[in-house]
Design a binder for this molecule. Structure first.
Ligand code: NAP
Length: 490
């Protein structure tokens, strides 16, 4: 602890107890740091894996890779575990590494101000303020449900909810249901609800590219083997890692390489959807990879059911008991389920974060959301983002990125925690050069030139979400924090 802080103040405040926040907390603990608290708006850990409980919710990255490297789970029951199993894994990690006593549940961040005189952050929450040396924002990019801007949306008198706020108390059996959106979430829950509902009208704006899902259960014998021979599990994880990593070549080196993946996706569609008209509606007109590539074996078959209608006419308005498309057709429904995604690029807009010299984060980002390595922002000393701008992925495990960032943040925290430094602030020129190069690379990649519009892009078409290279490159670049890139105040 540093002398500018009062005894009892935590040295580090982490916001969010999902994969990122817990990962940060665990590594602090392993480094012998006890003076930290984790603020969590909900009453349980788990982040996105606590919030998203829609039927069929599962990870589309293999669980042996989508888990902490230091906490392998030999007991994963499937290649792609479902939500409950991933959530249980996170709860297990919080308990095993004794993070739970550090967590203040029901505590939501409202804002934070940096005090230059003391090199501390005053963190405001719904339950009062905390002063801390360092603030780690591990709030995740995918937790604020986004509702579409459709006229009449508030007039609807039936049941309506977002996929991330699923109402399990509402029985969909025998109901006429509209689903809006065909992204990663919708393609997982549509096959689960289709057999139960009376009618399902699926409103699609842009068809996604879908590849077969190489899922299977993991046998008890394999689980025993992984438990008995941890090296085997590590090898398995590496094999998955490098298989996924190879995909980045198609995304960035030459999007034309994606033609191969496109051929596989087209064949998948042909095999699963015999009706040429339905197939036509489901065939994307942009390069595969431009939007997140989805994987599913049961989505297309669900759409061939007689009680399911794929609607591709745009939605004109929502009425008290119906959804009306631009061609004037009114479809009466009992319920609307929004699979319309999350606020990503504007995820921090509601927070009042004020850095050095009264600089507001919103102002610093008025020309576009950016950071250095997705972690630090000039003018905001001792503030660290986990999964911040341009550190997302379209091809591999976000947990890998989180672990790289946590390792990097720990290096920045070390002098602060030892009392050797009171402020660590990335240099503005370093951040600017980094982002110029990053954007130059992104302009050549499939997300920019693939002919689609996605949540990766801001209102000016600039990609603010994704890391442009391999995760191996990111790992290398975050392995050692270079002090010369920072203003470090003793
Ligand atoms: P999403 O990918 O953003 O998809 C939203 C869907 O809603 C899109 O089909 C979009 O159409 C549609 N939509 C949005 N506004 C609309 C409007 N006004 N009218 C009609 N349609 C509209 O959201 P998501 O499916 O919840 O997934 C979000 C992210 O969460 C994913 O990309 C992924 O990173 C993550 N996720 C991961 C997993 C996993 O297995 N790991 C599972 C679920 C989600 P357009 O395409 O035309 O914009």
């Amino acid at each position: 602890m540093n002398d500018q802080q009062r005894a009892g103040d935590p040295a580090v405040v982490i916001v969010g107890a999902g994969f990122a926040g817990l990962g940060m907390a665990i590594q602090l603990k392993r480094a012998g740091v006890e003076g930290f608290v984790v603020l969590e708006k909900a009453d349980e850990v788990g982040g996105t894996w606590r919030d998203n409980r829609y039927p069929g919710c599962a990870c589309d990255v293999q669980s042996h890779l989508y888990s902490y490297s230091f906490e392998p789970n030999p007991a994963w029951s499937r290649m792609f575990a479902e939500q409950q199993e991933i959530w249980d894994y996170l709860k297990h990690c919080a308990e095993k590494y004794r993070i739970t006593p550090h967590i203040r549940f029901g505590t939501e961040l409202v804002g934070a101000e940096y005090d230059d005189a003391t090199g501390t952050w005053r963190v405001r929450t719904n339950r009062g303020a905390i002063t801390t040396r360092a603030l780690v924002l591990a709030t995740g990019p995918l937790h604020q449900p986004a509702y579409p801007d459709i006229p009449g949306i508030d007039r609807f008198r039936g049941k309506a909810f977002h996929s991330a706020e699923w109402d399990h108390g509402y029985d969909l059996a025998g109901k006429r249901v509209a689903v809006i959106g065909t992204g990663a979430s919708a393609i997982q829950f549509v096959p689960r609800i289709a057999p139960r509902v009376d009618r399902l009208h699926l409103f699609q704006r842009t068809p996604p590219w879908i590849l077969p899902k190489p899922d299977r259960s993991i046998s008890p014998l394999e689980q025993r083997l992984f438990r008995a021979v941890p090296a085997l599990q590590r090898l398995y994880r590496s094999a998955i890692y490098w298989t996924l990593e190879a995909r980045i070549l198609g995304f960035t080196v030459h999007p034309r390489l994606m033609k191969l993946a496109e051929a596989v996706a087209r064949q998948h569609l042909r095999r699963q959807v015999p009706d040429p008209e339905l197939r036509r509606k489901l065939t994307p007109d942009y390069t595969i990879g431009c939007k997140r590539i989805l994987i599913s074996n049961d989505y297309y078959p669900a759409l061939t059911r007689p009680n399911v209608e794929l609607v591709t006419d745009g939605i004109a308005e929502i009425r008290e008991h119906a959804v009306v498309t631009r061609d004037g057709v009114e479809r009466p429904v009992d319920a609307i389920i929004y699979g319309t995604g999350f606020h990503v690029i504007d995820a921090f807009d509601h927070l009042d974060i004020v850095g050095r010299d009264g600089l507001k984060l919103r102002e610093a980002w008025s020309g576009g959301v950016e950071a250095y390595l997705g972690v630090t922002v000039a003018g905001f000393p001792n503030l660290f983002f986990l999964l911040g701008p341009n550190s997302g992925l379209g091809h591999s495990s976000m947990v890998f990125m989180i672990e790289a960032q946590v390792r990097y943040v720990l290096q920045a925290l070390r002098p602060l925690l030892r009392g050797d430094a009171r402020a660590v602030d990335v240099r503005a020129d370093v951040q600017a050069t980094f982002n110029q190069r990053l954007q130059a690379r992104l302009r050549e990649a499939v997300w920019g030139i693939g002919g689609c519009r996605s949540w990766y892009l801001d209102e000016n078409g600039v990609n603010r979400a994704l890391w442009p290279g391999s995760t191996a490159e990111y790992w290398l670049r975050t392995r050692r924090l270079k002090p010369a890139e920072y203003r470090i105040e003793a």
